[in-house]
Design a protein around this ligand. Structure first.
Ligand code: ATR
Length: 286
């Protein structure tokens, strides 16, 4: 295991994953550190699956103040924490760690990221919550469904493997229902919000074929995928004239609580930060 850093002084954090080289978290946290003149650092921390339990068990000795955790280690992080916030336990994954009096603590900020993005870019989106349609039942969907239930939505989860959607019903209760893809046209008719969390429509991941013509004119459409920033799902919704919010803001907002815990200042998701990360995505996916 190597912990790569650019600065030697101040609190050190980073993102733990495998592979992790593609992560944009160092760009985000590096921007905030520079913006606020904080002497600290945030690096890439590649840890192979076979080594992750040992890495977390020895976390205190690394000298890190905390870390983000990404695929495939979020469940291992949950298991390794001495203390886990209720929402991370309910979602079943930890993406943010911090040391607290020698104890490793963890939470999940993905639901916060999802909700804060909509709050910022579509204010009032949850004023009269009704039915939300979530496509997919993987890790991202779990956090999003948890967040939507908290905001008072009834959530229909559509997944190719319906049993995985049924896991979310078991986890989050009667406000959630599980459906197969054949139910999408009917669900779209009375949904106030539609969310894609699947990789469908991306290169090599199969076709995304959604007919938004049946949707209400005021339905809001968003995506957890942010590469490309305008996904085929969002493009189809825009072509139908629906309001859309892209998934980049979810990535930016999920980073906020970790930065605050490690470096002592709650940073903002500004247009400047968004433009910085957008330019990086466009460079790597022209
Ligand atoms: P993440 O953590 O990013 O949500 P994931 O756990 O791998 O990623 O979940 C990917 C989601 O995309 C799942 O809902 C998956 O459906 P299954 O549970 O049936 O596998 C969905 N998905 C991926 N490729 C798909 C395809 N070709 N057709 C339909 N759904 C697909």
């Amino acid at each position: 295991m190597t912990v790569r850093d650019t600065a030697a002084s101040g609190p050190r954090s980073g993102v733990v994953g495998w592979p992790v080289a593609h992560s944009r978290s160092p760009l985000i946290h590096g921007h905030w550190l520079a913006r606020h003149g904080i002497a600290g650092s945030y690096g890439l921390i590649p840890v192979a699956p076979a080594e992750i339990a040992v890495f977390f068990a020895g976390f205190a000795a690394t000298g890190l103040v905390g870390a983000n955790v990404t695929v495939p280690h979020k469940e291992a992080a949950l298991a390794a924490c001495a203390d886990v916030e209720p929402e991370a336990r309910e979602i079943g994954a930890v993406n943010t760690l911090w040391m607290d009096g020698g104890r490793l603590r963890g939470t999940n900020t993905d639901a916060h990221g999802f909700l804060a993005n909509l709050d910022q870019r579509a204010p009032g989106w949850d004023k009269s919550p009704g039915r939300a349609l979530v496509l997919g039942a993987g890790g991202a969907a779990r956090a999003i469904v948890w967040g939507l239930v908290r905001r008072g939505f009834d959530v229909a989860v559509v997944n190719r493997t319906v049993a995985r959607a049924e896991d979310l019903v078991r986890a989050f209760g009667p406000a959630v229902s599980a459906r197969g893809w054949d139910a999408v046209p009917r669900l779209l008719r009375d949904a106030r919000l539609a969310v894609n969390t699947t990789s469908l429509g991306m290169d090599g991941h199969g076709e995304m074929d959604i007919d938004f013509s049946v949707a209400a004119d005021d339905m809001l459409v968003t995506d957890a995928v942010y590469v490309p920033v305008v996904t085929p799902f969002l493009a189809a919704a825009s072509a139908r004239g629906l309001a859309t919010v892209d998934g980049l803001g979810m990535l930016l907002h999920q980073a906020v609580p970790g930065f605050e815990k490690w470096f002592g200042l709650r940073p903002e998701v500004t247009d400047e930060l968004r433009a910085l990360v957008l330019a990086d995505i466009e460079r790597s996916h022209p």
